[in-house]
Write a protein that binds this ligand. Sequence first.
Ligand SMILES: Nc1ncnc2c1ncn2[C@@H]1O[C@H](COP(=O)(O)OP(=O)(O)OP(=O)(O)O)[C@@H](O)[C@H]1O
Length: 269
Amino acid sequence: MTTAPSTVAATRTTGPAVEMTDLSVQFRSKRSRTVALTDITMRVEPGEFVSILGPSGCGKSTLLKIVAGLVRPTTGSASLMGQQVTRPQDKIGFIFQRAALLEWRGVRKNILLQAEMRGLDRKEAGRRADQLMEMTGLTGFENALPHELSGGMQQRVSLCRALLHQPPVLLMDEPFGALDALTRETLNTELNRIWRETGTTILLVTHSIAEAVFLGTRVEVMSARPGRIVRSLPVDLPAERVYADVMADERFDRLAAELRGMLGSGANH
Ligand SMILES: Nc1ncnc2c1ncn2[C@@H]1O[C@H](COP(=O)(O)OP(=O)(O)OP(=O)(O)O)[C@@H](O)[C@H]1O
């Protein structure tokens, strides 16, 4: 695979890419009230890769949705690239566990959906789609339909789609949770490279301690609901990560063991 460092250069900013201050979220219905998040204060600098770990139901997805402007905090505030988040944001890319591709569209057209929705220049978007496909090893599959692709390839397509408009911030909610272990390792390595080449700020929600440490520059650990940040641990590893080397690195072992101790046996390794 060749690389295209200039393809998705992130927008530069002087302040934090993401900031959440004293934030809480309550969901209310007629019959119930759920406090999903409480006391969340987090600052993410441009270019950071923040992995978020926590027990099921502790509010990880809700946290990403707040940054995306899809959920409003009950108290406190969130900002993205220096601007308060008050409505759905266009300066983000969002990737979910399921690739959510349109079954009747080929790979390239699925990626270009992003351009259509945003009214981007078609030629420019087409060029960028080609570069992103090359970057993620999809060249040659431009017209393949989603059902003709493996799960890993489908997630590559959704990654290209999420990066097409060069968002400075990429939000990833368990993107590799449904993939087999080997495909997941391959995509982790690719994501590390794409993150380094594009300078995109990434927030990744995962249940995998290994994935959180392998990819993150820091790992945020959340408590059970109502979710709070209980620890913020820097990952003392170089930006460029080679899977086998990282797994054999004692710094990885130490951090993974510490996280496992905090999260208990419920977390996947
Ligand atoms: N729109 C909503 N209305 C009511 N309750 C909600 C809503 N969205 C989330 N919740 C509740 O908020 C809590 C946090 O949900 P969230 O999906 O953020 O957790 P999570 O940590 O991402 O979970 P998982 O790891 O299982 O995916 C849960 O109890 C969930 O039921």
